[in-house]
Design a protein around this ligand. Structure first.
Ligand SMILES: Cc1cc2nc3c(=O)[nH]c(=O)nc-3n(C[C@H](O)[C@H](O)[C@H](O)COP(=O)(O)OP(=O)(O)OC[C@H]3O[C@@H](n4cnc5c(N)ncnc54)[C@H](O)[C@@H]3O)c2cc1C
Length: 501
């Protein structure tokens, strides 16, 4: 929510750059007129991703139908020096898929074919527009599943997951997207098609696939992705535990891990998040709870049963006042419904809200949550906390009234104060939602100038012209010929975006 970017309701002016429009005319002849949009009314749909406070209307939208459309579009952009941005389902929460005003937005949601399912080798190959949950749906008949499960998994795309290195509730045990992608077909920013990784678990040489995962569309566009599937566990047991204090809930999380138990998921919600979830989906969480934990264990039946008992004992010792154990899949789904719907549910209790995403060492949870409460009181802003407690991945939902002048800015300021807190404690400015446009100014808070220069050198190796998703991820765009080193005052001004950091 940088002050210098166009905010909701104040879209970019219609003075689209002629270069992009000329490109659109030629592109229509190459890939089909119906796939190339320039009508301002149609373009409006694509102005933002899930972070709707950042909006820019693109000059051109390409609804790619297949890989060749992507290649053709990227090649033409490269030849004409027109910037482009990839878009999957547009659920990103950091403005990563926000378009460039004089550029082309390449929408990948029509590339939604499952290319192959290979249960014997536990691999699924998919086009980038395939929805996360569809991968598990394809693997399920073989007793397998795709582990990374963002709460948006019913709508977000595999391509977007790769670009953001998406996480989810079960990443505590199974790891993030990067741990499950073995290969990708990528259209580089000059239009060349390359294959990073493959179907084998490991590849010799530099891990370019690892660099690509989480690069937020700045290194090229994934047109196919190969992921590993896991054997569905023999047993899954889920419990919902109510606590009278946040500290008791947070302490339970630390005690479980310290006991050598690695749950599939440990999710936490505070009182305001519970209130929102109840209002939205009537999930029936324990009445009077100041915090709840959703704890899931999976694995061999005997191990799960034993560890489940241990977890109950730990929670009791920490003062849990109500523990419910899901008897069947319906009850399990209800326990998860409250958690999985929590982001959207907050819309029931506030006209607007801002989702932050930061990471702290798990053991610091009680003090960080109390400090967030103090910062919120000081700013006179309400904050609901719902997060992946096992990973220390916080999601403070900062509530504000967008009709009140200055309220959005106050929410943004509070969000950044929370991120500073995360960094000061040795954590990170993002756990899974990416940096995008929203947090790029915070990269210099977490990384040294030398770190950022090194990342820029990698980016330049993939994209010397800087056309792929410019203005995202990095605080100070550099050109490839630029010498790495200490930044000067001139470096910190990006005339293209009119931003000053
Ligand atoms: C209610 C809600 C809950 C969420 N919960 C979670 C969660 O639990 N965990 C989590 O990690 N995230 C979560 N998110 C955020 C979001 O869903 C993820 O970041 C997701 O991975 C984005 O996928 P997408 O298809 O919507 O990508 P988009 O938003 O379209 O794009 C995201 C980024 O990826 C780039 N991109 C998209 N496709 C490609 C491609 N094929 N090749 C190269 N770059 C590409 C874009 O340029 C952009 O930078 C949540 C979002 C919402 C709205």
């Amino acid at each position: 929510m940088s002050r210098h970017l166009v905010r909701a309701g104040a879209t970019a002016p219609d003075e689209t750059a002629p270069r992009a429009l000329l490109l659109a005319q030629r592109l229509r002849g190459r890939i089909g007129a119906d796939k190339v949009l320039t009508d301002p009314a149609q373009l409006r749909t694509y102005e933002c991703d899930g972070l709707a406070t950042f909006r820019v209307r693109p000059a051109v939208v390409v609804l790619a139908g297949d890989r060749d459309d992507v290649v053709e579009t990227v090649r033409m952009c490269a030849a004409d020096g027109v910037p482009f941005v990839a878009r999957g389902s547009g659920t990103g929460l950091s403005g990563g898929a926000m378009p460039v005003a004089d550029g082309v937005l390449i929408v990948l949601s029509r590339l939604r074919r499952i290319v192959s399912v290979d249960p014997d080798n536990a691999r699924v190959e998919a086009e980038p527009g395939v929805i996360n949950l569809w991968v598990t749906r394809e693997a399920a008949p073989y007793g397998q599943a795709y582990a990374p499960d963002p709460s948006s998994q019913q709508v977000c795309s595999i391509g977007g997951n790769v670009a953001e290195n998406a996480g989810g509730a079960h990443c505590l045990k199974y790891g993030f997207t990067v741990n499950h992608v073995t290969g990708a077909e990528v259209v580089l920013p000059d239009g060349e098609v390359v294959h990073l990784g493959g179907t084998a678990p490991e590849h010799p040489g530099l891990d370019l696939l690892g660099a690509f995962v989480g690069s937020e569309g700045t290194l090229g566009i994934a047109t196919r992705v190969t992921v590993r599937t896991i054997q569905a566990p023999e047993a899954v047991r889920t419990m919902l535990v109510g606590f009278r204090t946040v500290a008791d809930a947070a302490g339970t999380v630390s005690d479980i891990i310290a006991a050598g138990i690695l749950p599939a998921a440990v999710e936490m919600m505070d009182a305001l998040a519970i209130e929102a979830a109840e209002a939205a989906v009537s999930c029936g969480y324990p009445e009077g709870a100041v915090a709840v934990l959703v704890i899931e264990l999976d694995g061999p039946l005997a191990e799960v049963e034993e560890q489940f008992r241990q977890v109950e004992t730990i929670a009791d010792a920490r003062g849990a006042f109500e523990t419910r154990i899901a008897k069947d899949d319906t009850e399990r789904a209800l326990m998860w419904r409250g958690r999985k719907s929590a982001f959207a549910a907050v819309g029931r209790i506030s006209p607007a809200y801002y989702v932050q995403d930061g990471v702290i060492p798990r053991t610091r949870l009680p003090e960080v949550l109390s400090e967030i409460g103090r910062l919120a009181d000081e700013a006179d802003v309400r904050v609901a906390n719902v997060f992946h407690a096992g990973d220390g991945n916080l999601h403070p939902l900062i509530l504000f009234d967008d009709t009140v002048p200055g309220a959005a800015e106050a929410a943004e300021e509070l969000g950044f104060a929370i991120l500073d807190l995360c960094v000061d404690l040795g954590g990170s400015i993002t756990g899974e939602h990416g940096v995008g446009v929203e947090k790029k100014s915070r990269m210099a808070r977490q990384f040294t100038s030398a770190d950022l220069d090194t990342m820029q050198l990698v980016r330049c190796a993939f994209d010397p012209a800087g056309l792929a998703n410019p203005g995202k991820l990095f605080p100070t765009p550099r050109l490839c010929g630029e010498r790495p080193g200490v930044r000067t005052a001139a470096d910190t001004h990006d005339p293209a975006l009119g931003e000053v950091f």
